[in-house]
Design a protein around this ligand. Sequence first.
Ligand code: SF4
Ligand code: SF4
Length: 469
Amino acid sequence: MSAPQPNRIPVIEVDLNATKKRIHPRFITGFYQNIRVISMYAFLALFLILPWLRYNGRQAIWFDVPSQHYYIFGMTFLTQDFYFIAAFALIAAFTLFMVTVYAGRVWCGYACPQTIWTHMFQYVEKLVIGDRNKRIKFDKQPMSANKAFKRFLVYFIWFIFSMITATTFVSYVSGTDTIYQSWQMIGFIPFPDWSTWIWVAVFIFAFSTYVNAGYMREQMCIQICPYGRFQSVMFDKDTLVVSYDYDRGEPRGARKKGTHPDNLGDCIECQMCVQVCPTGIDIRDGLQVACIQCAACVDACNEIMDKVGYPRGLIRYTTERQLAEKEATRVLSPRLFAYLTLLAVLCGGVIYALADRVPLEIDIRRDRNQLSSTNAQGMIENSYVVKLTNKTQEAHTYKITLAAQDGLSLQLRFNDVPLDPGESFDMSVSIQGDPAVITEVQTPVTLNVVSEDGKYKVSKQNIFTTQGQ
Ligand code: SF4
Ligand code: SF4
């Protein structure tokens, strides 16, 4: 263990050798652990349930990559709506930055998938093998039938969890029907009848889950995840972090129950804070990059303080300003207003864009082979391909018209274009121009599309040309 640090934040070095040993954290309960468990299982339930929700008879959240249609409840997005995804990603990123500046790594401790899955996999080990001491002893035991069976059972349950995770993940893209209904009987065993890409995707996600949560665990947070590193540079004196109260705890040392020797601080050197830590660090060394701010050490130390009759909070959520400088934390800062303003602008922009969005799209492409031609009646003709996309969740029939203009008329193969929800249709149309009226080389033309109920209307401009005659 390195020498204790005074109450200063941050201490961000990582002792990579010290973090390489297998960690068997002790499971505890407590105020923060209860919040953490509720939060983790809520996120897990959300992940598992969301693909099963239905809206208007279709999977409510479905990123149908092969057809490039992305459904989120009543809204259909196409690849060209990618700016919405970018805006959502920006909002999520800035929210995370703002939360990190004030509440530290709450995402890591309470909601990160790596934390949640690692917790679940460790819980399986606890159920099958036992708590921390039993697991450490179990690791050192020579191989036996009992050990082999328990190991197999742990690996098997991990495998089932990994498969559920992978199939759920892939079902957001392929659809739950494809994943859970395409099965065939091989003999009397049901077997998935999936396409190659689904097999590959399920294998990759199942393998990643198994390795990350079963073996990589805290190494992922300490050595690979870039987010943990750059969060450390976002901390300031007013960031809420889990800290050990060095002034109160030191000098640490064991003592007789019910006593408090004058030459010792409040830390009784029980090591409980280290034993419960999922990343295996000692918070008394100071804030470290490896700390995911799960507050397990807070709950553990509070329990010990209750037992020895000392006040709670030797390890607690606090800020450097409070802990080291004995001043009140400053929440209102120019940085907070900058983040709030940015978020308000981004959220306002997205809400406005969503409210203003017409769920009907028209795209017009000119016939590249021939700019214009003259037909048997002596009219100049321009050909186009009009692509209509119904981005609503209901079927509609659309009518295409040409904005009234002297000397121009629209020729269509169909007057009405019926489209199912999310369906696109390419249609060849031509515009005919009377050469006696249309004398300009280029004339702007506008096509209007309207749904049968008049609810959705869009227009698009293109050019009518007499070039190529
Ligand atoms: S749990 Fe509290 S008392 Fe025990 S070693 Fe950690 S800081 Fe000291
Ligand atoms: S030091 Fe405490 S808060 Fe940080 S990861 Fe370990 S147990 Fe969680």
